[in-house]
Ligand binder design. Structure first.
Ligand SMILES: NC(=O)c1ccc[n+]([C@@H]2O[C@H](COP(=O)([O-])OP(=O)(O)OC[C@H]3O[C@@H](n4cnc5c(N)ncnc54)[C@H](O)[C@@H]3O)[C@@H](O)[C@H]2O)c1
Ligand SMILES: [Zn+2]
Length: 375
C-alpha cells in the first residue's frame, strides 16, 4: 500500500466563520491551556465569568484550569453538574441558570464551558438563553468535543421525546482544545471521538480516512502528537463545512452521514449504545444501502467496516435487531422532512453523492427491504 501522507502538525489555529458575519478561532494543541487568560482578555473580555464544568472533568483538571484563569483577574464562579448524557437536560439548565442569577452574573458576564460534548451543549445553552444571551467560551476535554461538538455553535439539551430537541445556535467567542487533557480520557471515549473523525474523512477526505486507519492503534492508545494532528485535521474539515452553512440549510447536512440510521439505533437501544458506536454502525449501513441503490461505489462499506473495527467500534447489527422499530424511529428523526427520511450517501470514500442536493429522500420501503437483509 502507498504511504499515507501525514497531515500537517496541528499545533495551530483554525478560524470558523459565523452566519452573522463574525468569526472565531479554534486553538488546538498540547499545552494550549496556557493561552487561556490571554485569549479571554482579547476575545472575550467580561465583567465576571461563570465556569460551568462536568464534575468528573473538574476533579481531574479543575486545578489546572483555575491556574490558567488566575491571570484573568476578574470574579470567577464555578458551577458543576454530574457527568453523563442523562444530565444534559432542562433540570440542570434551570438549576445552573438560577445559580448564575444568584451570583449576580450580569449581561456583561461570560460562560466558560469545561468538559465533553455534554458540558459544551449544556453550558452553551445556558449562555445562549441567559439574559437573552451572553458569550460562551468552549474548553472541550473529550475527543468527541474536540473534533466535533465544540465547533459549529449548536447548543441544547435532551428532552423526554428525544435528544437535542431543544436548543439554539450560539457560536463561541473561541474554542481552546488542549489535547493534553485527553490523557485522562478512557479508551472507549477515544474510540467514540475517532468515529466522528473517521466520518470527517469518509465525507470529505479519503487520505485523512486512510491516515486514521494506519494510526488506529496509536490513536486509541492516546498518542499525544497524533491526537493533536487528528483534532487539527477534523476541526479544519468541520470548520470548512460550518463556515459555509452554519444553520444546516445545505452543505452542513453532510455531517449527518451515518446519523439517520445512527440516531435510530441509539434510540432503539434506549440510549445504551453510545453515539459514536451508533454512528459507526450507521455509516456502514448507510454505505451498504448506497451500494445496494447503485449510488455508493462497491467496496466502500467494507473499507469503512475494516477501519471502524480497528477503532474498536461495532460494525454489525445484532442478529435480533428490531427492524420495524428501527424504521419507525428513522421516520421520527428530527432531520426527517415531511415524514420522509433523508440520507447522506457517499459516492466514493471521501466524497458525498450530490444526486439530490446534499442528502437524498429515500422511500421507507427501500430502507425496510435493505434493513431486513443488510448484507
Ligand atoms: N453541538 C454539537 O455540534 C455536537 C456535536 C457532536 C456531539 N454533541 C453532543 O456531545 C455529547 C457527546 O459528547 P461526549 O462524548 O464528549 O460526552 P460527555 O461530555 O458525556 O463526555 C464523555 C465522558 O468522558 C468524560 N470526560 C470528558 N473529558 C474527559 C477527560 N479529559 N478525561 C476523563 N474523562 C473525560 C465525561 O465525564 C463523560 O463521562 C452528546 O450530548 C452529543 O449530543 C454535540
Ligand atoms: Zn455525531
Amino acid at each position: 500500500m502507498d504511504r499515507v501522507p501525514e497531515p500537517r502538525r496541528s499545533d495551530r489555529e483554525v478560524r470558523v466563520a459565523t452566519s452573522t458575519g463574525g468569526e472565531y478561532p479554534v486553538r488546538i494543541g498540547s499545552g494550549t491551556l496556557d493561552l487561556l487568560a490571554s485569549l479571554i482578555g482579547s476575545l472575550s473580555p467580561a465583567h465576571a465569568y461563570a465556569l460551568i464544568a462536568d464534575a468528573k472533568v473538574f476533579d481531574l483538571h479543575g486545578e489546572r484550569v483555575r491556574a490558567a484563569l488566575d491571570a484573568v483577574a476578574r470574579p470567577i464562579t464555578v458551577h458543576t453538574f454530574p457527568s453523563g448524557e442523562e444530565n444534559k437536560n432542562r433540570e440542570h439548565w434551570s438549576r445552573l441558570t438560577d445559580e448564575l442569577l444568584s451570583t449576580g452574573l450580569g449581561r456583561d458576564g461570560c460562560v466558560i464551558a469545561l468538559g465533553g460534548g455534554v458540558a459544551g451543549d449544556l453550558a452553551g445553552f445556558v449562555a445562549s438563553t441567559y439574559m437573552r444571551g451572553i458569550p460562551v467560551v468552549q474548553l472541550p476535554t473529550s475527543l468527541v468535543a474536540m473534533v466535533d461538538a465544540s465547533v459549529g455553535g449548536k447548543t441544547g439539551v435532551d428532552v423526554p421525546l428525544g435528544k437535542n430537541l431543544v436548543g439554539t445556535f450560539h457560536p463561541p467567542q473561541f474554542v481552546l482544545a488542549d489535547t493534553d487533557l485527553c490523557a485522562t480520557l478512557p479508551r472507549v471515549e477515544r474510540s467514540q471521538g475517532l468515529a466522528e473523525a473517521a466520518k470527517h474523512g469518509a465525507i470529505l477526505d479519503a487520505e485523512y480516512f486512510a491516515w486514521i486507519d494506519s494510526h488506529a492503534s496509536a490513536l486509541l492508545d492516546g498518542d499525544p502528537e497524533l491526537t493533536s494532528v487528528l483534532v487539527g485535521r477534523s476541526v479544519e474539515l468541520k470548520a470548512r463545512v460550518v463556515s459555509e452553512d452554519e444553520k444546516e440549510g445545505g452543505l452542513r447536512q453532510i455531517l449527518n452521514f451515518g446519523h439517520t440510521l445512527g440516531h435510530a439505533l441509539e434510540a432503539l437501544s434506549g440510549f445504551q449504545l453510545p453515539h459514536g458506536s451508533a454512528v459507526a454502525l450507521g455509516m456502514i449501513l448507510e454505505a451498504k444501502l448506497g451500494e445496494r441503490l447503485g449510488i455508493t461505489g462497491e467496496g466502500v462499506a467494507d473499507r469503512l467496516s475494516r477501519t471502524l473495527r480497528r477503532l474498536e467500534l461495532p460494525t454489525a447489527l445484532p442478529e435480533d435487531s428490531d427492524v420495524e422499530g428501527l424504521i419507525d424511529l428513522v421516520g421520527r428523526d428530527k432531520k426527517a422532512r415531511g415524514g420522509a427520511s433523508r440520507y447522506v450517501l457517499l459516492s466514493e470514500l471521501g466524497t458525498v453523492d450530490r444526486g439530490e442536493g446534499w442528502s437524498r429522500k429515500l422511500e421507507a420501503s427501500d430502507v425496510r427491504d435493505f434493513l431486513s437483509r443488510p448484507s
